[in-house]
Design a binder for this molecule. Structure first.
Ligand code: ZN
Length: 233
């Protein structure tokens, strides 16, 4: 296992796109992994390809480090979502602000599969854009969960992975600031134009802060963070 290698969990959203740039600045070889779990917004998976292509085009030094992209089929996750188990429930946003298609412990599943791929590929760091600051209601995105999982994965795979969470303690405004520090306005514009965070998968409506419906909790968080970052510059 080479130490300066990483696998980035890259969904095609703002946070994981920023993490991908963060990893490309630090490590000599970076691969990406995404999960197809029949998400409602398959547009996020399309966004992954557009964003990777943009990075390659605009950042030649990063293009040299950017390696293989892995997409794993985790369709089984849709079988344990609330809408699948209780078919009379409509897809809706719950009081917690999460769509009720949410699968408990999903992030644990993602990190475990990422570790299996990292093991096979000989990659040391596993980078994920989870965050406690804009608390989203996902307990498996908390720092303690990730730290515990790092221990469990290293014991269970007899390995020495490092689970990196560069966004854990920063808010959405600071995530935009991090993107600007890493890749200037070129990277900020790539994230605005080519990533998708919207729960409704709206790729048709362009705002100053990017594409999205503008009304779902994910869009609101992204828009507020962008406004706060712009105001502070
Ligand atoms: Zn939205």
């Amino acid at each position: 296992m080479q130490t300066s290698t990483a696998l980035v969990l890259f969904s095609g959203g703002q946070d994981s796109a920023t993490c991908l740039a963060w990893a490309l600045e630090r490590f000599a070889r970076v691969e990406t992994i995404g999960f197809d779990y029949r998400q409602r917004h398959r547009a996020e998976l399309d966004a992954r390809h557009r964003f990777r292509a943009g990075l390659t085009q605009h950042f030649p030094a990063w293009a040299e480090k950017l390696g293989q992209d892995h997409v794993l089929d985790l369709a089984v996750l849709s079988e344990v979502s609330e809408t699948a188990l209780t078919r009379d429930v409509e897809i809706a946003t719950t009081a917690s602000g999460l769509p009720n298609t949410f699968v408990p412990g999903r992030n644990i599943v993602f990190l475990t599969f990422a570790a299996a791929v990292a093991y096979r590929r000989g990659l040391k760091h596993i980078v994920t854009g989870v965050c406690e600051t804009d608390f989203s209601g996902y307990p498996d995105c908390r720092d303690d969960t990730v730290k515990a999982l790092q221990v469990a994965l290293n014991l269970g795979m007899e390995s020495r992975f490092v689970l990196d969470t560069p966004l854990m303690w920063i808010d959405k405004a600071e995530t935009w600031a991090l993107a600007e520090r890493l890749g200037g306005m070129t990277l900020v514009d790539l994230i605005r134009e080519r990533t998708l965070t919207c729960y409704n998968g709206d790729t048709a409506t362009m705002h100053e802060w990017g594409t999205g419906c503008g009304t779902c909790p994910a869009c609101k968080l992204r828009a507020d963070g962008f406004a706060k970052w712009r105001g502070a510059r």
